[in-house]
Design a protein around this ligand. Structure first.
Ligand SMILES: C=C(O[C@@H]1C=C(C(=O)O)C=C[C@H]1O)C(=O)O
Length: 365
């Protein structure tokens, strides 16, 4: 054995021994999670036991990142623990998560980032169906896009919160990188049409004008569907992300064609449970108000008075006849905290229609 082989053997023996310990510890952790499930069931009375606890998962991930000393990066260890919790939760109860499909969308990527790969992700053809599936109890949770850093709010999602009585149980952000994709039989010089979702065309507008000014843009229901078509048609290209590349066996002609390099989308987790405080939370509400002088002041003044920071405010027509508006507001804090409760009761007293969409842990990953 050479000196190098000897050194490698010593290190590999160490790795084998560490792996054994990790393995034992993983199963010990899984056994604890199984016991947690038993306790949850035992103490739930007549109510349905809630297995997924976003506030607890957020705390676990935060602590992992805080105590991390490397050499693994904070986000990388958190990602590993995300998957460990995912398998443990699946032992308690396999989670079915509805997302805006088909397979290969950014929303599916978001679902897997948030719940880990042990969750069963169920593609829905429309956003309405994601809401419906969760409301009907056919899926435990749903994942929907809410805003993009380049293009702004997903207004359709906002309108659905008014129609459905669901809770927001979590949020996450995903970097959105778009690629121009073709199949192996397509000549890059002979592309006649590009498929993509309208939103993605908008996020790549300048790049497309500079590089493909005379090619047809065909707006389609999802990038994944565009990728599927581009995998079948000669002369077609699609704009889509990494997941679609593998799924539809496409070739990346040009990488990262989004106009803003930090292009990212925020997603929300829909459920029907009230999530407890994690210590670092956000709350979302919908308010409906008529167009009269000072209305915005009435809505926002309580936040200022009680020292609560807004993180987002968005206005939509309320579709109730006349000039009524719907305000979607995100702010710091949890509905269980006294200052937040004061804001909510002041708003209710000022006779605006108020719908609490939920308090949930701020995105960790
Ligand atoms: C183990 C629990 O159940 C689930 C699994 C978790 C984990 O593996 O750490 C954390 C929260 C829950 O989603 C728990 O509630 O503590």
């Amino acid at each position: 054995m050479t000196e190098q082989e000897q050194a490698l053997k010593v290190l590999r023996d160490q790795i084998d021994s560490i792996d054994k310990q990790i393995h034992v510890l993983l199963n010990q952790r899984a056994t604890c999670a199984q016991r947690v499930a038993e306790v949850k069931q035992q103490y739930q009375g007549n109510e349905i036991a809630v297995f997924y606890r976003p506030e607890r998962e957020a705390q676990v991930l935060k602590r992992v990142m805080e105590r991390n000393k490397g050499p693994l990066a904070d986000k990388e260890v958190a990602r590993l623990f995300r998957e460990i919790m995912s398998v443990c939760l699946a032992l308690e109860k396999p989670m079915r998560v509805a997302f805006l499909g088909p397979e290969g969308t950014f929303t599916q990527q978001a679902a897997l980032k948030h719940f880990g790969h042990s969750a069963q992700s169920a593609p829905m053809t429309t956003l309405d169906l994601v809401f419906r599936e969760v409301e009907a109890g056919a899926a435990h949770y749903g994942v929907v896009p809410i805003e993009n850093s380049t293009e702004g709010m997903a207004t359709h999602t906002l309108d659905l919160f008014k129609r459905f009585n669901l809770r927001i149980c979590g949020e996450l952000e995903l970097k959105i990188h778009h690629h121009l994709l073709i199949n192996d039989n397509t000549d890059p010089e002979l592309i006649t049409r590009i498929y993509a979702h309208q939103e993605s065309f908008a996020q790549c507008r300048s790049w497309l004008e500079a590089n493909y000014p005379r090619v047809d843009h065909v707006a389609i229901s999802s990038n994944a569907e565009g990728a599927r078509l581009a995998s079948l048609e000669v002369g077609a290209a699609a704009i889509a992300g990494d997941m679609a590349v593998d799924l539809y066996r496409l070739r990346i002609l040009e990488r990262n064609i989004e106009d803003q390099s930090d292009n990212s989308t925020r997603f929300l987790i829909l459920g029907d449970q009230d999530v407890g405080p994690s210590g670092d939370d956000k709350t979302s509400i919908l308010m409906c108000a008529h167009d009269k002088p000072g209305v915005l002041y009435t809505l926002l003044e309580p936040f200022h008075r009680h020292g609560i920071s807004l993180t987002r405010i968005e206005t939509r027509p309320a579709h109730q006849g006349g000039w009524s508006y719907l305000f979607y507001i995100d702010f710091e804090g949890h509905a269980d905290e006294p200052q937040v409760q004061k804001v909510l009761s002041d708003l209710e007293a000022s006779s605006v229609e108020l719908k609490l969409l939920g308090s949930y842990p701020k995105a960790v990953l």
